[in-house]
Design a protein around this ligand. Structure first.
Ligand code: MN
Length: 215
């Protein structure tokens, strides 16, 4: 048997301080997981519990270059702590990630009750840094995002509505979690539009930083 055409390459992420690579299986995301962001999006804490969506693994960006997406005039940054799962769906480590969002398309989809793929799961919508190995879930740490040196997002991982262990438990009721899965755990408040030429500097205490240029 031979392939009709070459298979798409396996998405792999670097692991900090190691020659090994982290082979990516699926990319899950949590929506509305910080109270202040729920409020800025017009939701009500308690009434709008966190929920899940997904991005395709090949939406990950590892070279720090984010092409401004087509078909949108309102593209937002969302800094997120990413948890990486290893064998038996245990926490393998964490990374700094960005859930890049076509906010205008998301607003239209919300209004019409349509799915979010075009708003959330487009090409290059998930810039991510190297995986930092940790034996257990991060429960606190400052999380910030600067655009062109100006602070836009500030929060603390401790402010998540569902913490990482709760996210894994909830997500595991819906999907068979596997080694290689990544979960973007939601964004704190301060999301705002980005433009071509912007430089994004994302930082999470205990994990590291991620630098992205919008091109
Ligand atoms: Mn998000």
């Amino acid at each position: 048997m031979s392939l009709a055409f070459p298979a798409a390459p396996q998405m792999m992420l670097p692991i900090a301080g190691s020659d090994e690579r982290f082979p990516v299986h699926r990319v899950y995301c949590v929506g509305r997981n910080y109270a202040e962001h729920v409020k800025e999006m017009g939701g009500e804490v308690g009434r709008d519990p966190p929920f899940f969506f997904a991005k395709p693994p090949d939406a990950l960006v590892t070279d720090g270059r984010l092409p401004y997406p087509t078909m949108s005039n309102d593209v937002h940054h969302e800094i997120e702590l990413v948890v990486a799962l290893g064998p038996d769906a245990r926490v393998f480590g964490h990374a700094v990630g960005l859930d890049i969002t076509r906010r205008d398309l998301q607003a239209a989809a919300k209004k019409l009750g349509r799915p979010w793929e075009t708003a959330k799961g487009f090409d290059h919508s998930a810039p991510i840094g190297p995986i930092v190995r940790h034996g257990s879930a991060l429960t606190s740490g400052a999380i910030t995002l600067d655009v062109n040196g100006q602070r836009r997002q500030t929060g603390d991982v401790a402010d998540m509505i569902w913490n990482i262990d709760e996210i894994i438990a909830e997500l595991g009721k819906l999907f068979a979690l596997k080694a290689g899965d990544l979960i973007f755990t939601g964004t704190p408040s301060g999301v705002s539009p980005i433009q071509r030429g912007d430089h994004l500097h994302a930082q999470i205490a205990g994990v590291g930083s991620l630098d992205v240029d919008v091109i």
